[in-house]
Design a protein around this ligand. Structure first.
Ligand code: AMP
Ligand code: ZN
Length: 490
C-alpha cells in the first residue's frame, strides 16, 4: 500500500515516510497503564493520541494489530529497581488482594476510555499473564551473554551491551553520563554497575506477587513485559511502538536493549512519543497529586473548574493540540473548546438538512479534502485538520443562510468526508456512552410516561398499571403528582 503518511520517529529525530514492514499490515504496541490507581486525564491524553493514530491507519485501509498492555506487576515505586511494587503497596494499604487492585483499576481504565469513545486494542495482554514468556526471554538474554544472575536476581549488563550496540540511542543519553549520574540509591543493590537494570528480582519474604523461576521465587522487571509481549504478538521487528514521552528513558531504552541483545536488530521501525498534559504548567501525575480525573471533569465535582464539561468537549480540547506538543488544561481553554465543539457538531448536523443548488459557487471540495488529508499525513496533525474543518463549517453555515451554494454532487462528497474526519478519524461524535445513552433513555422514558397517561385518560388501567409495574421492576419508580409524573430512580 502506498500512502503519503509521514510520522515523526523519535529514534531518528526526523519525520519519515511511513512504510509498513508487511504490505497492508501494521503492528502497533503502546505501553498501557499500571493499574494501581484511577487513570488521570494526562494518561488519557496519551491513549487518545494513539487512538487517533490507530483510527487513521484503519481509515487508510491498513489491517492493524494494536497491542496495548496492562502492567499488573513489576512496576516499582519511583520507576527504580528498588522499592515496593506499586500494586502490592496499594493492596497492603487497602487490605485487599493485589488482583483486587488490578481488577478495580482495569475496569476504571476501560470505563474511562470508553467514555472518550476510544477503540479497544486488538490484544490487551497483562504482565502477570505472561510470566512464562518473560522467563523464556530472560533465558535468551542470558544465553546471548548480556545478563547475569546474582543472589537469585537477574540483571541486564548495560556496559557489555554498549560495547557492541548503542545504549541510549532513543533518549540521546550518553553511557559515560549515565555512569556518572546513576547512583545506587540505597546501597543494597546486587548489581555489578548501577546503570544495569533488573530482568528478574528475587522476592523478599513480605513480597506477595511472586512466581517460581530458574533463579528462585521472584517477579519480572518492569521493562521486560513490553519486550516479551510485543515480540510474542507482533514479532521481533514491528512497525510502531508508542507511549508517553516520559517513558523514553529508561523504559523504552531498556526495551530496545533487551530485544536487540537477542535478535541483533532494533525491534521497532517507528518510535512514537506523545507529549504531556499539564495542569498549572506542571506535568499531570499520579505521584505528585497534580492531576484531575476525567470523571471529576464530567460531573463537575472538582475544585479546579466551575462547571462540568462533557467527554466530547474534553476530547476535542485534546485534539486541538498536536500530540507532540505540551498541552496545558484550563477552564478558559475548555470553555473555548466547548464553543468550538458545538459549532462543529451543529455544522455536521446541518449537512443532513441543507438544500443543494444547481451548481457550486465558491467551495472547492477537492482542494479542501486534500488539505485535510495533508494535515493528517503530516504526522497526524489534528489541529491543522480541525482548522480545515472550520473552513468547511463556515461554508456550511453560509449555505444554510442562503449566502453560498453547493451542488448535490459536492454535498454528498462533503458530507461523506466531513463525517469521516469528525466521526471515524477524530472519533468526536456518536458512541459517547455518557451523554448519548442517557439522553436516548430519557427520551424513551418520556414516551412511556406519555403512553401511560393517555391510557389512564382512556380508562385503560390495565396498560397504565403494566407500564408502571414493569418500570418499577427495573428500578424506575413513577410518582403521580397533581399535574405531572415524577421519575425516581432506585
Ligand atoms: P502509567 O500508568 O503511569 O505507566 O502511565 C500510562 C501512560 O500515560 C504512559 O504512556 C505515560 O507516559 C502516560 N502519561 C502519564 N502522565 C501523563 C501526562 N501528564 N500527560 C500525558 N501522558 C501521560
Ligand atoms: Zn512498556
Amino acid at each position: 500500500m502506498s500512502s503519503s503518511l509521514t510520522i515523526y520517529n523519535s529514534l531518528s529525530g526526523k519525520t519519515e515516510l511511513f512504510k509498513s514492514i508487511s504490505p497492508n499490515k501494521v503492528g502497533m504496541y503502546v505501553c498501557g497503564p499500571t493499574v494501581y490507581n484511577n487513570v488521570h486525564l494526562g494518561n488519557c491524553r496519551t491513549f487518545i493520541s494513539f487512538d487517533l493514530i490507530y483510527r487513521y491507519l484503519i481509515h487508510l485501509g491498513y489491517k492493524v494489530r494494536y497491542v496495548r498492555n496492562i502492567t499488573d506487576v513489576g512496576h516499582l515505586e519511583y520507576d527504580e529497581d528498588q522499592g515496593e511494587d506499586r500494586i502490592s503497596k496499594k493492596a497492603r494499604s487497602e487490605s485487599i488482594e493485589p488482583m483486587e487492585v488490578v481488577q478495580k483499576y482495569t475496569i476504571d481504565f476501560h470505563k474511562t476510555l470508553s467514555k472518550f469513545n476510544l477503540f479497544p486494542p486488538s490484544i490487551e495482554p497483562t504482565a502477570t499473564g505472561h510470566i512464562i514468556d518473560q522467563i523464556e526471554f530472560i533465558k535468551k538474554i542470558i544465553d546471548a551473554g548480556y545478563a547475569y544472575e546474582i543472589n537469585n536476581s537477574v540483571y541486564f549488563d548495560v556496559l557489555k551491551f554498549n560495547k557492541k550496540h548503542k545504549y541510549g540511542k532513543l533518549s540521546g543519553r550518553n553511557i559515560e553520563d549515565l555512569i556518572h549520574n546513576t547512583r545506587d540509591l540505597d546501597g543494597v543493590s546486587d548489581k555489578k554497575n548501577p546503570q544495569d537494570f533488573a530482568l528478574w528480582k528475587k522476592a523478599e519474604l513480605i513480597h506477595i506477587m511472586k512466581w517460581p523461576s530458574p533463579w528462585g521465587e521472584g517477579f519480572p522487571g518492569w521493562h521486560l513485559e513490553c519486550s516479551a509481549m510485543s515480540s510474542k504478538y507482533l514479532g521481533d521487528k514491528f512497525d510502531i511502538h508508542g507511549g508517553g514521552m516520559d517513558l523514553k528513558f529508561p523504559h523504552h531504552e531498556c526495551e530496545i536493549a533487551q530485544s536487540e541483545s537477542i535478535n541483533k536488530v532494533s525491534p521497532v521501525k517507528y518510535w512514537v512519543h506523545a507529549n504531556m498534559l499539564t495542569l498549572n504548567g506542571k506535568k499531570m501525575s499520579k505521584s505528585t497529586g497534580n492531576n484531575i480525573l476525567p470523571g471529576e471533569i464530567f460531573s463537575g465535582k472538582n475544585k479546579i473548574f466551575k462547571k462540568p464539561f462533557k467527554p466530547e468537549v474534553v476530547k476535542f480540547f485534546i485534539m486541538q493540540a498536536h500530540y507532540r506538543s505540551v498541552l496545558d488544561i484550563s477552564e478558559d481553554a475548555l470553555n473555548a473548546s466547548e464553543k468550538g465543539y458545538n459549532k462543529l457538531i451543529s455544522a455536521l448536523k446541518l449537512l443532513d438538512n441543507i438544500n443543494p443548488s444547481k451548481k457550486d459557487t465558491s467551495f472547492n471540495f477537492d482542494d479542501w479534502n486534500k488539505k485535510c488529508y495533508s494535515a493528517l499525513n503530516d504526522d497526524f496533525n489534528s489541529p491543522v485538520l480541525i482548522a480545515n474543518l472550520f473552513d468547511a463549517v463556515k461554508f456550511i453555515n453560509s449555505v444554510n443562510n442562503n449566502l453560498d451554494n453547493i451542488s448535490a454532487a459536492t454535498l454528498i462528497k462533503l458530507k461523506t468526508s466531513f463525517k469521516a474526519f469528525v466521526n471515524d478519524i477524530l472519533g468526536l461524535y456518536g458512541n459517547f456512552s455518557s451523554s448519548y445513552d442517557e439522553k436516548k433513555l430519557k427520551d424513551i422514558l418520556n414516551i412511556l410516561i406519555e403512553l401511560r397517561s393517555s391510557s389512564r385518560k382512556n380508562k385503560d388501567f390495565e396498560t397504565s398499571d403494566k407500564i408502571r409495574n414493569e418500570l418499577n421492576k427495573i428500578g424506575i419508580k413513577l410518582e403521580d403528582n397533581t399535574d405531572e409524573t415524577e421519575i425516581r430512580l432506585n
